[in-house]
Design a protein around this ligand. Structure first.
Ligand code: HEC
Length: 158
């Protein structure tokens, strides 16, 4: 494998780790609103599947088609539930959702749909397939977050 092929996945993994943050970091255990709790839990489920796949892509874990397929299924399922979990504007002081989710609902829905399509288009049959298709799937997470998720602690002023 040449160096460039390795470098790109490594950069993607780094970008995703930085952008998505560490599970638990936002203090999801302290969220009291049930609707917010549910949608954040859904996101962490997706995050878990993404970690499985990025670990394989970066060579931290050996590629296993069965495991990759299971992670893909989780991503398809979680992205297909996103619209349902966000439809009602549940509020919690620890939520990182921007109000634009609900004022730009059609666009938000389109992004959730794009994420689901990208999850379906993942090639989980080989490591090369994963390397080719995972970056654009991750891009759908990041682009929605860019618009609709406040950076953790952005609104904390003290
Ligand atoms: C359609 C928009 C959208 C897509 C697509 C999306 N997310 Fe999110 N995500 C959000 C929003 C909005 C929040 C903030 C929810 C809250 O705090 O109430 C969030 C929160 C999260 C969180 C909780 C941590 C935090 O800092 O808020 C994680 C983890 C996460 N997303 C991972 C992912 C992963 C992984 C993907 C892709 C597989 C993904 N998301 C795709 C909108 C999206």
């Amino acid at each position: 494998m040449n160096q460039r092929m390795f470098l790109l996945p490594a950069l993607v993994v780094l970008a995703v780790t930085l952008a998505l943050g560490t599970p638990g970091f936002t203090g999801q255990d302290q969220i009291t609103d049930k609707g917010v709790k549910k949608r954040v839990a859904l996101m962490f489920t997706a995050q878990g599947a993404v970690t499985t796949l990025t670990d394989m892509m970066a060579g931290r874990v050996a590629f296993q088609a069965g495991m990759a397929r299971a992670a893909q299924r989780t991503l398809i399922r979680s992205s297909s539930k996103t619209v349902r979990h966000f439809r009602k504007p549940h509020f919690d002081p620890l939520s990182n959702a921007r109000p634009e989710v609900w004022t730009h609902w059609t666009d938000f829905k389109a992004r959730a749909d794009a994420s689901e399509q990208a999850a379906k288009q993942l090639n989980v049959y080989s490591l090369n397939g994963l390397r080719r298709t995972l970056p654009s799937m991750l891009q759908t997470c990041l682009s929605c977050h860019d618009r609709y998720r406040a950076k953790p602690n952005e609104f904390v002023t003290h």
